[in-house]
Design a protein around this ligand. Structure first.
Ligand SMILES: Nc1ncnc2c1ncn2[C@@H]1O[C@H](COP(=O)(O)OP(=O)(O)OP(=O)(O)O)[C@@H](O)[C@H]1O
Ligand SMILES: N[C@@H](CCO)C(=O)O
Length: 296
């Protein structure tokens, strides 16, 4: 039997659409063993909603590894989930990364980390969440044909991440439908420059860059219609003392980067804006986590 702990992740970190994600200290726990028949148990987030059949995302991710290793066996999987579903916190990436890593361990690790990253990216469709979930830290990833080239940066520990989580779900599939396939040169330059600034700011611990370096025009303007309140939060972020503010993954959660001491006030502000728009929400205060998926 194997047991792994896989972190939530915040993708589209500022201007890094589909390329930059950070792991955070909120986790799903996956226990896996071989069984005579498929069996899944769920507790925590998604209990009563998540499929208990072979179409379950963790089961499918694990089966992909078994198939690639030419093993035909059934699995008994127990899930203890802290990551809310379809809120922009990388729940699907955690299932894919955790399911694949657990299955690989169960088989005696026939695949290395790079291969798992490539398989997980293929299943998720983009690397930003899965790479952060697997390696931890701030993960910068690009796809080069069928493989992923990535670099992990350590995040400054003093940076607090406040996440305002609306009660409603927004599936990534739906949130991708609203983004245009073509962008202007002006918008490309906007995000390229800010992405470079973001990486420099994180590497040198220069938080004064983050306000500009977390801006985006590639996905947020199109997704604002799906997330009532997001635009108002972004507009007030600087006045509220946030170092940076952006949509978490594909939404609907919104992230505020703050120095310790500001987190509660910023969380209450963001929840208040959502509530004024008639959206029930809560907030949590997270730390970045420099460790990715680990064996427990
Ligand atoms: N613990 C889980 N067990 C099984 N399936 C899950 C689990 N968590 C998420 N899923 C599946 O993943 C879907 C959510 O994935 P989706 O990509 O839409 O959102 P997300 O990964 O939470 O957000 P984002 O990609 O924006 O960070 C759920 O609807 C469900 O099908
Ligand atoms: N980069 C992805 C993250 C969510 O999976 C998106 O914005 O669609």
């Amino acid at each position: 039997m194997v047991r792994v702990k896989v972190p939530a992740s915040i993708a589209n970190f500022g201007p890094g659409f589909d390329c930059i994600g950070t792991a955070v200290n909120l986790y799903n726990f996956i226990e896996m063993e071989f069984s005579d028949f498929p069996k899944i148990e769920v507790s925590g987030e998604g209990q009563g909603k998540i499929s208990l059949g072979e179409d379950n995302l963790v089961y499918r991710a694990a089966s992909t590894i078994l198939k690639k290793a030419n093993i035909e066996k059934k699995l008994y999987i127990r899930l203890k989930n802290e990551i809310p579903l379809a809120r922009g916190l990388g729940s699907s990436a955690a299932c894919i990364a955790g399911g694949m890593i657990a299955a690989n361990l169960l088989l005696g690790s026939p695949f290395n980390k790079e291969e798992i990253i490539n398989f997980a990216t293929e299943m998720e469709g983009h690397p930003d969440n899965v790479v952060a979930a697997i390696v931890g830290g701030l993960a910068i990833s690009v796809k080069v044909n069928d493989r992923v080239v990535y670099k992990k940066l350590s995040m400054p520990p003093s940076l607090k991440i406040v996440v305002a989580i609306p009660e409603f779900e927004l599936k990534t599939e739906r949130a991708r439908e609203v983004i245009p396939q073509k962008v202007s040169l002006k918008d490309a330059v906007f995000n390229i420059g800010r992405t470079a600034l973001l990486v420099a700011g994180i590497c040198e611990g220069d938080f004064s860059l983050l306000q500009v370096a977390t801006q985006d025009v590639l996905h947020q303007p199109y997704r604002k219609s799906l997330v009532p309140g997001m635009e108002e939060i972004l507009e007030e972020a600087l006045a509220m003392g946030m170092l940076g503010c952006f949509l978490s993954g594909a939404g609907p959660s919104v992230v505020g980067l703050v120095q310790e001491g500001k987190a509660k006030e910023v969380g209450e502000f963001m929840v208040g804006v959502f509530e004024k728009k008639g959206v029930k929400a809560r907030y949590i205060i997270l730390d970045t986590c420099n460790e990715g998926t680990s064996i427990v």
